[in-house]
Design a protein. Structure first.
Length: 260
């Protein structure tokens, strides 16, 4: 490798990625695996994890998988313990698992509100706490990447789908990232967040179908939604020593939507 490129090398690093079986999580797994990281992917469905494992294998990337439900505290602790047991430590934690719900605030079901807060916020805290306590703090090294959203950086425009619980949860992830970065920097741990705009995924396909790509990109300077590689470079920066002096930052990967 060249003088600069070695900063991106993840050889002998272990990355745990929640929601890693598809979508943004799998996209990030591809990038970290290609640069040498040992991968542990987590999701609720074993068949989707097997599909992801096969997909990565075709790219020449090996991955271990742990089936776990991030809304269950005991599953989160088991996931953390199994990930550490597989490789001895977790150097990189990608908190990607999440859900959304569309409903007017006046009619929003409380159970849906609680579901989003449990998965999008509580689970991020619990897994970060476990991996920090049992691996990163003792090792005095860690990279935590939280997947937030541009929905956590602003409110919804009139006429757009109402997603108050999702926006609130992702806003919490944004400030969780900043707060944890301030507290854990002393241990050599960086904590940053990616805030994607619209990317095709199981979570967003309904909105894309309802509103159309042209509508969704009307206020986007680059005039497109995200693709299957657009998060990879940013994730690699935050995961590697190329970003070792970056912490507490929220990077919007949105084609410039939040800049205008």
């Amino acid at each position: 490798m060249g003088r600069i490129s070695h900063f991106f090398d993840l050889t002998n690093k272990t990355a745990l990625i929640t929601g890693g079986s598809r979508g943004l999580g799998l996209q990030i797994a591809e990038a970290l695996g290609e640069y040498g990281a040992n991968l542990v992917l987590s999701a609720r469905k074993a068949d989707e994890l097997r599909d992801a494992q096969d997909h990565l294998q075709r790219l020449g990337i090996d991955a271990e998988c742990v089936t776990a439900d991030s809304t269950i505290d005991s599953d989160i602790h088991r996931l953390g313990a199994e990930a550490i047991a597989k490789f001895g430590k977790v150097d990189i934690l990608v908190n990607n698992a999440g859900a959304t719900w569309g409903s007017p605030a006046s009619e929003h079901p409380l159970e849906a509100w609680d579901k989003l807060m449990n998965l999008n916020v509580r689970a991020v805290f619990l897994l970060s706490q476990y991996i920090g306590k049992h691996s990163m703090i003792p090792c005095r090294y860690g990279r935590i990447i939280d997947v937030a959203s541009i929905a956590g950086l602003r409110g919804n425009q009139p006429g757009s789908p109402p997603t108050i619980a999702y926006n609130t949860s992702k806003g919490a992830v944004v400030n969780f990232t900043r707060a944890l970065a301030g507290e854990w920097g002393q241990f050599g741990i960086t904590v940053n967040a990616l805030a994607p705009g619209f990317f095709p995924s199981k979570m967003t396909n309904g909105t894309i179908a309802e509103l159309g790509v042209d509508s969704l990109t009307a206020g986007v300077p680059l005039k497109r939604i995200g693709d299957d590689t657009d998060l990879q470079g940013a994730a690699l920066l935050f995961a590697s020593d190329a970003g070792k002096h970056i912490t507490g930052q929220i990077l919007a990967v949105d084609g410039g939507y939040t800049a205008v």
